[in-house]
Design a binder for this molecule. Structure first.
Ligand code: SF4
Length: 226
């Protein structure tokens, strides 16, 4: 099977009881007032983008009123506004915004995945939830590695998830383990000898973008390295 089949399987996963309960509770009772008239997706977030991508963006996890509402990665929240605007400036996204499925957004050469596919309370998945969801990222890497050129990890959890998946796939990872930081970079080598550049970026969350910890110029610079 390929990426569409993988995404279909992810979208019905119920492996983490706490996250299943949270995503569904938010979708029914916990909707933000401004979205109260909208149906929520309330399921895991499948990947979004080009199935033949040479670049993967690895996020942390869906936002309760973002992906968990719209069903599309980084769509319908402030984090996504930042990310898609930057991907548009970088030539990967057809539009500078991602509002909902059906808005015409198309990613070329790039696909967005996440360390954890269900919205976690307070954006904090547990160690066990991260380990459980890692199986999906492993499969994403397996299906992509034949043409993969680079990966952008948004935040340290995504960085660790990417390195963990690479190791389980039998890729060579430098030792000691490369440390996350904004602008950090490591070269990973797939089992077939393909070199994949892993680039770190502070996450596009409001916590970083509102405070100026992550600026547009900083994000453009790391995207330019992909
Ligand atoms: Fe399944 Fe991942 Fe969601 Fe857990 S977080 S229920 S493994 S999709």
């Amino acid at each position: 099977d390929g990426i569409p089949e993988l995404d279909a399987r992810i979208s019905v996963c119920r492996a983490c009881p706490r996250l299943v309960a949270w995503r569904e509770t938010v979708a029914v009772e916990g909707r933000r007032a401004s979205f109260a008239d909208q149906p929520y997706w309330g399921r895991p977030g499948p990947s979004f983008g080009d199935p033949d991508a040479e670049v993967l963006v690895v996020g942390l996890a869906p936002a309760a009123n973002g992906t968990n509402r719209t069903g599309r990665m980084f769509t319908g929240d402030r984090s996504g506004d930042w990310l898609y605007a930057a991907l548009h400036r970088g030539g990967y996204a057809s539009r500078p915004t991602s509002v909902s499925s059906g808005d015409g957004q198309v990613l070329r050469g790039l696909r967005i995945v996440a360390a954890v596919r269900c919205a976690p309370p307070e954006n904090k998945p547990t160690t066990e939830e991260k380990a459980t969801c890692a199986a999906w990222l492993d499969r994403d890497l397996e299906l992509s590695e034949g043409r993969l050129r680079s990966m952008l990890a948004l935040g340290s959890i995504a960085w660790d998830a990417a390195i963990g998946a690479a190791r389980r796939r039998g890729w060579q990872v430098p030792t000691p383990k490369p440390r996350f930081g904004h602008g950090a970079e490591a070269v990973l080598t797939t089992a077939s000898g393909r070199r994949v550049r892993l680039v770190g970026s502070y996450h596009v969350s409001q916590q970083n973008t509102f405070t100026g910890k992550l600026t547009e110029a900083m994000l453009d610079e790391v995207i330019g390295r992909l």
